[in-house]
Design a protein around this ligand. Structure first.
Ligand code: SAH
Length: 246
């Protein structure tokens, strides 16, 4: 096995995620495709094999280590860029029905070409999330995932309307932003917004990313559960969200 497939394989094994060596080897192909695509369209600023494997691939897979995604779930990745976290999740969990959304079509094209390569049937929407929702996507998904798109109050307004009652929104954040004792952390300032959108912050799960040079990145998954339908006035226009966050 090559470096990347081995690291993904070991991560899965250590975290009780089912991943065959054939599946792990798809990450070697994903890496090669990413490096090639990145020459003309900026998907990542990371350069080393280890960093890309750890901070993009393994980071994306973390929800599986906590069994957050049910069998055949309808999952939507909002602001997926080139397809993170959605692509790694789909590679390891081919049973899920994956939808990719990003306002930048040329980035989304990377996710599309990887899915074509692997024969995955996924849905792709080159649109803004606050517009797309109007086309029959409200309260249609079991799981919403989103990484590095906006601060949690704004992200919640973009993402929570998409979740079915009882479903979850998994926000990928740094552990530092999940400090409830700090009134200025993202988690503290988003409490009000999450409640107004019909959901609650259920838990924060740590996601430690171990690099080859022994440094550790402390990420976290914020799990937000939808408890009642979101008022139809949300999401507002993006400018209104920015001007007056909930
Ligand atoms: N999730 C990816 C990309 C993060 S960059 C990753 O972690 O690698 C943020 C992305 O969010 C950009 O590609 C941008 O086009 C997209 N984005 C920002 N606001 C958006 C919105 N309102 N609707 C859809 N996409 C949005």
């Amino acid at each position: 096995m090559k470096y990347i497939s081995k690291k993904v394989f070991d991560f899965c094994k250590n975290n009780k995620i089912i991943c065959s060596s054939d599946t792990a080897e798809k990450f070697d192909i994903l890496y090669d495709m990413l490096i090639e695509f990145n020459e003309h369209t900026n998907i990542t600023s990371l350069k080393s094999e280890d960093e890309i494997c750890t901070k993009h691939f393994i980071d994306s897979l973390y929800p599986l280590s906590y069994s957050l995604i049910g069998n055949k779930a309808d999952v939507i990745d909002i602001g997926c860029g080139g397809g993170f976290p959605g692509l790694p999740l789909k590679i390891v969990r081919n049973d899920i029905n994956m939808t990719f959304v990003d306002s930048t079509e040329k980035k989304l094209n990377f996710a599309k070409s990887v899915c074509e390569k692997f024969g995955f049937e996924c849905n792709f929407y080159p649109e803004r999330a606050e517009e797309l929702i109007k086309d029959g996507h409200r309260e249609k998904y079991d799981v919403v995932v989103s990484r590095a798109v906006a601060s949690l109050p704004i992200l919640s307004e973009l993402c929570i309307p998409y979740i079915k009652e009882g479903g979850i929104f998994i926000a990928y954040k740094s552990l530092k932003e999940c400090d409830k004792t700090n009134p200025a952390s993202e988690i503290s300032i988003s409490e009000k917004a999450v409640t107004a959108l019909g959901a609650k912050i259920e838990k924060v799960l740590p996601a430690y990313l171990n690099l080859q040079d022994k440094s550790v990145f402390e990420h976290a998954l914020v799990v937000i559960r939808k408890i009642k339908p979101t008022n139809q006035i949300f999401p507002r226009r993006y400018s209104a969200m920015l001007k007056k966050p909930l």
